[in-house]
Design a protein around this ligand. Structure first.
Ligand SMILES: Cc1ncc(COP(=O)(O)O)c(C=O)c1O
Length: 443
């Protein structure tokens, strides 16, 4: 053995992991530096409902993104797990196809009128690469206009080749682009949300080269009235396929895409995360004339034929339908928003809250936000709560859990306000301030 792990736990184990796992974790957002350096529990033994047990058997209520937005029903949902278990017991994969993928396709097209065909992958990044490939195959063009976060792949990260700050306004600031072929420079261009001129300008400049306009239609700030209609009409005018990326927004407040609450129907839509409540699964839905392009290119992978993903998605969707999950998750989100807002108000802290009700994020307008946020994370940890500046409501957040959160955030904001006033906040964050963006974490 080159290294010895001994009996490390928590942050110490994370520090050790970085010696044999570059970056320490598989998802950037799970790096401990993004929470509370030195203190973040980092690893879990068990996750059930919204309760997470760390390697020291300490239990926390999860008021972060709850599995990065995957587990909207709560971790290890019994009904979903039963279905997954059955699919494992009867063979999670075989030489033949699983019937569940046909059942799921039927379910998804029923939920999305105008979408006629479905394909699957197992992660958001994969399904978006597929969607872009298909848009390129269908149009015979190569450029892509993007708005939002769409994943780690070359086609997206190449937006930073021209200007390393290009993606700064699209969820993750400072993303590095080394390793992405320089030949891809200029193929992906970002546009600003809610500013239709920003999209029109780039398509107008190169009118016949854009294969796709891809956008997260709902995340931090909802679309302005008429904005999505305008995006659709501009995409159509320039012959680009319109793709809605609903990997994060889908299957939370709505049974399927949030776009169903509007009158704007895209040409393709992608889902992942909450669609299967914690089992890898993603899907792209689209109009037949576009989806037929799958047969003119090569899109194929062994584990996309696994049975647990479709089984989990079917069980999740049926559970959501039966229990009116969307409505409840939205209501809990609105309750949390009110709690956070009133807690800030009581402590005389100026706050900005954004996001759809089930995908809240907030920022206190204080002199040193990273320091204040680190303090909040530490204080909430001490009170048995995992928390950050993104708080996603969850079906498993019970009134009791929400009351506990309310008490904790009120106390935390009160203490924070006093410490800012007394100018001694730094003393309560002795192990370092959390990192806020990609470049800062790497350094
Ligand atoms: C809107 C959106 N698209 C794509 C992705 C990438 O998905 P994944 O992390 O599963 O590859 C994410 C992940 O956060 C996302 O929020």
């Amino acid at each position: 053995m080159k290294h010895k792990k001994k009996n490390l736990k928590g942050y110490e184990l994370f520090k050790y992991a970085k010696k044999i796992i570059p970056g320490g974790s598989q998802l950037f957002g799970k790096r401990a530096e993004l929470y509370a350096p030195g203190l973040w529990p980092s690893y879990y033994k068990k996750a059930k409902g919204c309760e997470v047990t760390d390697l020291n058997n300490k239990k926390y209520l999860d008021f972060t993104m709850v599995g990065t937005g995957t587990s909207v029903l709560g971790y290890a949902n019994k009904t979903v797990n039963k279905s997954i278990q059955k699919s494992i017991d009867n063979g999670s994969i075989s030489t033949l196809n699983n019937k569940e993928e046909v059942d799921l396709a039927e379910l998804l097209v029923d939920l999305h009128p105008k979408m006629e065909m479905v394909r699957y992958a197992r992660s958001g990044g994969e399904i978006l690469s597929i969607a872009i490939r298909i848009a390129r195959a269908y149009t015979g063009r190569d450029k892509v206009a993007i708005c939002g976060y769409h994943g780690w792949h070359d086609w997206y990260i190449s937006a930073n080749l021209k200007n390393p700050n290009n993606l700064n306004n699209h969820l993750l600031a400072g993303i590095g682009s080394s390793g992405v072929p320089s030949l891809m420079k200029g193929l992906t261009t970002p546009f600003e949300f809610n500013e239709i001129e920003s999209l029109e300008k780039i398509l107008k400049k190169d009118p016949k080269r854009y294969a796709a306009v891809i956008i997260e239609p709902f995340r931090d700030n909802g679309p302005k009235k008429g904005y999505l209609e305008a995006v659709k009409s501009v995409a159509k005018k320039y012959g680009a396929v319109l793709i809605f990326d609903e990997i994060t927004s889908g299957f939370r407040e709505t049974l399927g895409g949030m776009y169903k609450n509007t009158k704007v129907i895209p040409d393709m839509v992608t889902f992942g995360k909450a669609i299967s409540n914690g089992i890898p699964m993603s899907a792209v839905l689209g109009r037949r004339k576009i989806m037929k392009s799958f047969t003119s290119t090569f899109v194929s992978s062994t584990y996309w034929g696994d049975r647990t993903g479709p089984a989990a998605a079917i069980a999740t969707i049926n559970f959501m339908k039966k229990n009116n999950v969307g409505k409840q998750v939205k209501k809990k989100g609105l309750d949390l928003k009110k709690i956070i807002y009133e807690a800030a108000l009581k402590s005389k802290l100026d706050i900005t809250i954004s996001g759809m009700p089930s995908l809240l994020s907030y920022r206190l307008n204080v002199p040193n936000w990273p320091l204040a946020l680190t303090y909040i994370i530490i204080s909430m940890l001490k009170k048995g709560i995992l928390s950050n500046d993104r708080i996603y409501s969850n079906f498993s957040h019970s009134p009791k859990h929400i009351r506990k959160f309310k008490l904790a955030i009120n106390q935390t904001f009160k203490e924070l306000s006093k410490k800012i006033k007394d100018k001694n906040l730094k003393d309560s964050v002795p192990l370092g301030v959390k990192k806020m963006g990609f470049d800062k974490v790497l350094k």
